[in-house]
Ligand binder design. Structure first.
Ligand SMILES: Nc1ncnc2c1ncn2[C@@H]1O[C@H](COP(=O)(O)OP(=O)(O)OP(=O)(O)O)[C@@H](O)[C@H]1O
Length: 291
């Protein structure tokens, strides 16, 4: 796939949607454990010839919540999808740059896509449990997708552990065999978080996880994020400035001005970004003057 790229960048040839994992060796390196750092280095992205991100670099430290903020269309979701190799599922997509998970490039040619996906989970804007599948089976479904076998006792313990961590256990422990689709929207989102946790990711990406939820459910998810941040690194896209301040320790402000690709204007500790931003565009955005 040919796209216009800056001379200094290396365009990574991406497999088209549906292609097999490009792992010539066939033996994936064993993933590490525990929260990992993510580092994006000079990441650019295109859809066809339309460039949507331009040399974005960002450190997302382990055991921290990093919030990505910015007006609609500036490339936050694209950036998030690049962090776990979902961008390449889109036929016209290409990218340049590096994404390092604890120092190792997830786009390294010798790495399977599943190597990144197992370690870097994703929770989407709209809760997407398997609606007809039971709550219990929804949680353990990730194991099956990963080709992992587990005995009944191990699964029972995992279901309880993950539902507890996602703050849903007490509400559903007596109805684990009921369908996931029968839960409220907020409960479904917490079920999706539990499903992501079941494969023990080292990083959890969240793309506006509360935008479809009422204030009470939103609050509950925010509590869950706070509880999880010790055991998984979290990167969250949010349009809600109060939420960014409540849940994150670090923040990055994305902007795509007048048809130019998205860039990070400013990033740093969330308190500083909101109290004393260095850039006037950040100040205008966090104070609600545009976007
Ligand atoms: N599948 C796609 N095909 C073509 N262009 C796309 C695709 N997805 C996103 N884009 C374009 O990429 C740019 C960045 O979109 P993206 O969704 O990453 O922005 P965003 O900041 O997350 O926006 P929002 O806050 O509205 O979700 C936009 O111009 C969008 O139209």
């Amino acid at each position: 796939m040919t796209v216009p790229t800056p001379d200094t960048e290396t365009t990574i040839p991406l497999p088209r949607s549906g292609d097999e994992d490009p792992d010539p060796a066939g033996v994936p390196p064993a993933p590490g454990t525990g929260p990992a750092s993510l580092r994006a280095r000079s990441v650019s992205a295109w859809f066809g010839s339309h460039q949507v991100l331009d040399r974005v670099s960002l450190d997302m430290p382990a055991r921290r919540v990093t919030a990505l903020i910015g007006p609609s269309g500036c490339g936050k979701s694209t950036f998030l999808r690049i962090l776990n190799r979902m961008h390449e599922l889109i036929a016209s997509a290409s990218l340049a740059g590096e994404v390092l998970l604890d120092g190792e490039d997830i786009y390294d040619r010798g790495r399977r896509i599943t190597h990144a996906r197992r370690q870097i989970g994703m929770v989407f804007q709209k809760p997407n449990p398997f609606p007809a599948m039971s709550i219990y089976d929804n949680v353990v479904s990730g194991l099956r997708l990963n080709g992992r076998r587990a005995g009944r006792g191990e699964k029972d313990a995992l279901v309880e552990e993950c539902l507890t961590k996602s703050g849903l256990w007490k509400e559903v422990r007596d109805r684990l065999r009921q369908p996931g689709g029968a839960l409220s929207g907020g409960q479904q989102q917490r079920l999706c978080i539990a499903r992501s946790l079941a494969v023990r990711p080292r990083v959890l990406l969240m793309d506006e996880p509360c935008s479809a939820l009422d204030p009470t459910s939103t609050r509950r998810i925010e509590e869950t994020i706070a509880e999880l941040s010790e055991e998984v690194t979290i990167v969250i896209v949010t349009h809600n400035m109060q939420q960014a301040q409540r849940v994150s320790q670090l923040c990055a402000f994305f902007l795509a001005e007048q048809g130019t690709p998205g860039v990070i204007v400013e990033h740093g500790p969330t308190t500083a970004m909101f109290r004393s931003p260095r850039d006037s565009r950040t100040a205008d955005y966090v104070q609600g003057r545009f976007g």
